[in-house]
Design a binder for this molecule. Structure first.
Ligand code: ATP
Ligand code: MG
Length: 455
């Protein structure tokens, strides 16, 4: 069927629409208003709710309201096992009821409605042999009357809506049957919509997983090449008794090991997150250590690393490891961006600046560079795991991990860029200033069992 061709309505749907039309014609004004309101709400639900469970609950509430029922249940048809499964069952025994499955036979009212693809209206369940007492026994709910209506989509059975006990003690009317029929056909569309959405989400996730596996394999393959090279070196070193070659080989080995260890650590912190471990920290000292660690290798590449740190920043209670990791990632990226620009722009004096300031309980650290910069369209992508423009030399995990760690600790990260001219990355994080040594947590505080703490 082409996408422009209207979907053909099957006989059942046509008869439903006829019934609806007759109902509208026959209905008095209050009923019409009630129906119209239900319609509007259900149509709104169809368009806006993609979470299947939430959707089913809304449909149940709407059905109860529309026909004045005490409660309801919703069963979905399982095409594989050819039976009906309680999707939503409320009340304290809800979970047990959800395990009950009804085969498509004549032994339950829902199944009869499903088999006949027609409503089944039972004014008094005690007089009906098909009444399945199991559910009442488990819920301690006393069912008097029941109306089961199939949810159909182009003749396919999607499930059954059951409404229980018409309020006021009487039975469900013919009008209730019609109202529920209309609602159930809308509900079928909504459920199918949500199921399709979930399936496409799953497909998207699988595609993302595939992409992740591809990136990691690529990266590992690259490291393995290094490892293989070092094995060849070791073999020839042993063969020739040359310890200089052995030294070189061991260095390659160490670097490869380091790259794999970093990758595993990054993947773990990305997937598991981390409980912030706040310790009294001299944040400027941490930044100076990062500066000292990288300044020499940067200088050999013609890049200066400068620091503009706010003096008198107090000792702060924060997760030192997160601060180190995030800023290290920012500075390494900045150096790589400047280096990349220098490959085409020989005149440029490479510069990376680390700035810090502490205001209103918030520490803010900025890493500015005059590298290649980031185009506008790419700014939102760079935080995505495995997004890299560095081929096999990058994993694309640096910023994703930084963002996750920052947010797990209540902080934020952001980037601005002037494409072709440079970029600035900012990490902000709330941090309590420790003004007196009394505020430092003591070892005893840290070790106090939960039960000993005041609640
Ligand atoms: N300062 C920067 N200037 C320009 N582009 C940047 C900068 N920082 C990050 N990027 C872009 O964001 C991408 C993702 O960065 P991220 O740190 O997550 O991964 P990576 O650096 O590619 O790999 P890894 O961090 O594993 O070495 C980079 O590939 C790069 O394109
Ligand atoms: Mg990086």
């Amino acid at each position: 069927m082409s996408s422009t061709e209207p979907e053909r309505l099957d006989a059942l749907e046509v008869s439903l629409i006829h019934e609806a039309a007759e109902l509208f014609e026959a209905a008095d004004h209050p009923t019409l208003l009630r129906l119209a309101k239900s319609f509007v709400r259900v149509v709104e639900i169809i368009g806006s709710v993609y979470d299947l469970r939430h959707l089913l609950e809304l449909i149940m509430r709407e059905s109860e309201r529309a026909v004045d029922a005490e409660t309801s249940s919703l069963l979905l048809y399982d095409t594989e096992s050819n039976d009906l499964a309680f999707e939503i069952a409320l009340g304290p025994k809800g979970d047990e009821i959800r395990k009950i499955r009804l085969p498509l036979d004549e032994n339950s009212i829902a199944a009869v409605s499903a088999l006949r693809r027609a409503p089944v209206n039972i004014p008094d369940v005690r007089k009906d042999p098909r009444w399945n007492k199991n559910v009442d026994e488990q819920t301690k709910f006393v069912t008097r009357s029941i109306l089961a209506v199939p949810m159909l989509r182009q003749g396919r059975l999607i499930g059954i809506i059951e409404v229980l006990n018409k309020r006021g003690g009487c039975a469900f009317t013919e009008e209730d049957v019609n109202v529920l029929l209309i609602l159930s056909s809308l509900a079928a569309i909504a459920i199918e919509n949500a199921q399709l959405y979930q399936r496409s989400l799953q497909a998207e996730r699988l595609a993302a997983l595939g992409q992740a596996v591809a990136s990691v394999s690529h990266y590992i393959k690259n490291v393995l090449t290094g490892l293989k090279g070092s094995i060849t070196l070791i073999e020839s070193a042993v063969h020739d008794g040359d310890y200089h070659i052995l030294d070189r080989a061991v260095n390659v080995l160490k670097r490869s090991y380091g790259r794999i260890a970093e990758l595993v650590k990054d993947m773990l912190s990305f997937s598991k997150g981390r409980n912030p471990e706040q310790v009294p920290t001299d944040s400027n000292q941490v930044l100076l250590e990062i500066h000292d660690m990288l300044v020499e290798s940067a200088r050999t590449r013609g890049i200066e690393i400068a620091t503009e740190l706010e003096p008198d920043t107090p000792i702060l209670l924060l997760d030192r490891e997160v601060l180190e990791k995030v800023i290290m990632n920012f500075v390494e990226n900045a150096l790589e961006a400047v280096y990349e620009r220098q490959q085409t722009d020989y005149q440029i004096e490479g510069r990376v600046t680390i700035r810090s300031r502490y205001r209103d309980g918030e520490l803010s650290i900025e890493v500015e560079d005059n590298g290649v910069g980031i185009p506008e369209w790419e700014l939102s992508k760079i935080w995505t795991a495995f997004y890299t423009t560095k081929g096999t030399s990058g994993t694309g995990l640096g910023l994703a991990v930084s963002k996750k760690l920052a947010e797990d600790g209540g902080g934020r990260v952001r980037a601005v860029s002037n494409p072709g001219q440079g970029a600035t990355f900012v990490f902000t994080l709330p941090a309590l200033a420790i003004e007196s040594p009394d505020m430092l947590p003591t070892l005893d505080d840290e070790r106090a069992p939960d039960s000993a703490r005041p609640t």
